[in-house]
Design a protein around this ligand. Structure first.
Ligand code: GAR
Length: 197
């Protein structure tokens, strides 16, 4: 059984869907939910689910990403984590940290990668006049929102969509996609998962 640390920065709805999926014969279980924001709503949700939580405020570290990551490393070691799932974790990690977790760290990103790496993905898809939007789960490599794609889910873009209405259509697909990918990945299967709404 793989021990999963889930890193969040906000409400943690993807964290909840991952944690709820790790039951029964699932090849993984959640051992830690960690946030860089001490106020993240997801921390209370994780506690309520009986999962250990930790918060490391990044702000006192300023530009010292390595200093922040030293504490992160300690928490991950204390939890004896095997895999990391980034789930709405809004801090950029250093190449050095990422290399230590190579092949053992996943991320979910709200676009059909390789389109729209970075922020404001839905607004950018709308502005480009795209017909489809969606989300991707990928292995984390040193380049931002890059790395081998392990799954994608598509939704249509509809007339009158705003970034908010589109996000509300994509998020439920994130909640299906990430658990589906993690189940395979934790069992050693990197075959991509493709979903449509
Ligand atoms: C999700 O839509 C996730 O794809 C996105 O943040 C949201 C977190 O929601 N992640 C990124 O933008 C990563 N750069 P959640 O806290 O409810 O899971």
């Amino acid at each position: 059984n793989k021990r999963i640390a889930i890193l969040i920065s906000g409400g943690g709805s993807n964290m909840v869907s991952l944690a709820e999926s790790m039951v029964g014969d699932h090849p993984a279980r959640p051992v830690l939910v960690l946030s860089n924001d001490t106020e993240a709503g997801g921390l209370a949700k994780a506690s309520a689910m009986g999962i250990a939580t930790a918060a490391i405020d990044h702000k006192p570290f300023g530009d010292d990403r390595a200093g922040f990551e030293a504490l992160l490393k300690t928490e991950l070691e204390n939890a004896d984590a095997d895999l990391i799932c980034l789930a709405g974790f809004m801090r950029i990690l250093t190449a050095e940290f990422i290399s230590r977790w190579e092949g053992r760290m996943l991320n979910i990103h709200p676009s059909l990668l390789p389109k729209y790496k970075g922020l404001n993905t839905h607004a950018r898809a709308l502005r480009a006049g795209d017909k489809m939007a969606g989300c991707s789960v990928h292995e984390v490599t040193a380049a931002l929102d890059d790395g081998p794609i392990l799954g994608q889910a598509q939704v249509p873009i509809l007339p009158g969509d705003t970034a908010d209405t589109l996000a509300a259509r994509v998020l439920p697909m994130e909640h299906r996609l990430y658990p589906a990918v993690l189940r395979r990945f934790a069992a050693g299967d990197r075959t991509p998962v493709y979903l449509k709404s």
